[in-house]
Design a protein around this ligand. Structure first.
Ligand code: DAT
Ligand code: MG
Length: 153
């Protein structure tokens, strides 16, 4: 089953929106297979956001994401990467559709509440940055057949 990394950024935790954000993703049917709170440092930021290094917003992004604890969650399920991305909405909350996390709860691109991996390949990389194998759980839920017809993807 496909897995993806979600980060509840410092603004989500500080604003008391962690539960709401998790609930929206869980309600789609995706399963939590790993979760922890941590404070990102510059080093972890460099690894996770390597692709954005040198961009004009990078400094502000590092400043923000390291400013307060975050929650890292690994979700698993059918098309987990794409489903999380569409549930989050566009990067800029001003452009995100109502009904999405960013479109309902955010205003500013620099305070957009949540991260979600953008491809299966990046999801695998990002999950390994944040979680060890021992921190990830494989388990069945009795309701899974009511959420997905197939076990494969
Ligand atoms: P996403 O988080 O939707 O995958 P991204 O990977 O392009 O977006 O950028 C990572 C984060 O960097 C994004 O969540 C917020 C910040 N960011 C991106 N573009 C920005 C911009 N133009 N101004 C300020 N922050 C920006
Ligand atoms: Mg991204």
């Amino acid at each position: 089953m496909e897995r993806t990394l979600v980060l509840l950024k410092p603004d989500a935790v500080q604003r008391g929106l962690s539960g709401q954000v998790i609930a929206r993703i869980e309600a789609r049917g995706l399963k939590i297979v790993g979760m922890k709170m941590l404070r990102m440092d510059r080093d972890l930021c460099g690894k996770h956001y390597a692709i954005h290094e040198g961009k004009p917003f990078f400094q502000g992004l590092v400043q923000f994401i390291t400013s307060s604890p975050i929650v890292a969650i690994v979700f698993e399920g059918l098309n987990a990467v794409e489903v999380v991305r569409s549930t989050m909405g566009a990067t800029d909350p001003a452009k995100a559709q109502p009904g999405t996390i960013r479109g309902d709860l955010g205003l500013d691109i620099g305070r957009n509440l949540v991260h979600g991996s953008d491809s299966r390949e990046n999801a695998e990389k990002e999950i390994s940055i944040f979680c060890s194998d021992e921190e990830l759980f494989s388990y069945e839920r009795s309701l899974d057949p009511w959420i997905t017809e197939t076990k494969e993807n």
